[in-house]
Ligand binder design. Sequence first.
Ligand code: GTP
Ligand code: MG
Length: 408
Amino acid sequence: MSTVFVQIGQCGNQMGQAFLSTTIKNEKVQSSHSFLSAEGIPRAIAVDSEQKCVRKTATPLRIRDENIIVGKRGRGTNWAMGYNGPGPHIDDKLGDRTMEALRREIERCDRFCGVILMHSLSGGTGSGLGSRICEDVRDSYPLSHLMSCAVAPCASGESPLQHYNSLLTLSCLQRNTDGIVLIHNDDVISRLQKSASASRSVSLQLVNSAISAELNGIFLPTDTLTPSSGSSLGMEPWELVRSVCPMPSLKFVQFLHQASSEKSLDDVLAQATRRVAKYSSEGRPYGCLASLVVIRGNTRETVSVPRVEGRIKKSYACVSWNPYPVDIWIAKNCQTGFKDKKTVTIAANRTSVLDFLDVVYTKSKTMFNAGAYLHWYERYGVSRDEFNESFEEMKSIAENYSEAMRQS
Ligand SMILES: Nc1nc2c(ncn2[C@@H]2O[C@H](COP(=O)(O)OP(=O)(O)OP(=O)(O)O)[C@@H](O)[C@H]2O)c(=O)[nH]1
Ligand SMILES: [Mg+2]
């Protein structure tokens, strides 16, 4: 069962490099060929509108030359330029070339299972071209899985266009993917700043390593999903979707990762659950539709399933209508370079995502009503109607989550 990774834009490629560079060193990954070809080459495509970062990140991963797709000009933090291209004078056909590389990569797979997109919600390439590729993958491979690992911008505001770009991307991901792993740069940075080992200024490299540890916590092979033959099928990303996104319209997933070499598994789990925010800043309690806990560690400690379930149910306020709100996978297979480390990674589909969606909706709606920056989008073929459709899509996501909570 093979998965193809498509890294888009600077963020997608840098995060993808941090993730894949550790993933491909994992022994179980190397023997399973789900993320790697038989020759050990990652099943990955690296796309960016600019040269500068993509070559630097793709070369050490040994991504095939034909899978490195580079454009002629950045997309200027503009979703519309990313989605429709910069115009006929610079037609670098990034979307078409990416789909062609993907088609060839899928032909090299034994049994193709799905695509994981890695990108930011706010960069012009990651958001706009990412949305275009997302739609094209869904159209061309309707029966395959499709997941996005999307990085949300910092709330403090890096660009005035980030809210529009996030709005248009989120609504596209909602329409086309099976699951959206939402990664908040703010959360990762503040956690790293608090950690004793990090200095106050946190580099992007450190941020990407932390994100990579979260993704690997869930995506690396687990004993629970490995058949008795001993060879992993690499189904972890897709079983995650089955487990945590029980309803197709509610598909936002957030990860939480905790690691320790000294503490017991129980203590690591307790540490992880203590970090779970239970209320919004207005005091609204969060609810959880479904969750998955992956416990890794080459240890003799036995995992008490009822105790893990109990802790998660208490911390995450799971809905009453889901009889199995906690899935648990166990793995002796640790992350590369962390032989003695015990890790607990939790993936949860919960209403805390509405806080971020609400900020994106409110900020972009205020700008839209004032007509701010709209000419930048209209110039590259995105009309006000498209914005209105995205506002509707965002409203329906919030309504669906609220409805799911009301039934609880
Ligand atoms: N976690 C993480 N976030 C990043 C990284 N690089 C950029 N970002 C975030 O991504 C967003 C900007 O997106 P980029 O990926 O730089 O933009 P792009 O997709 O290349 O698009 P254009 O440059 O506008 O064509 C901002 O929110 C950044 O904070 C990275 O390496 N890791
Ligand atoms: Mg860029």
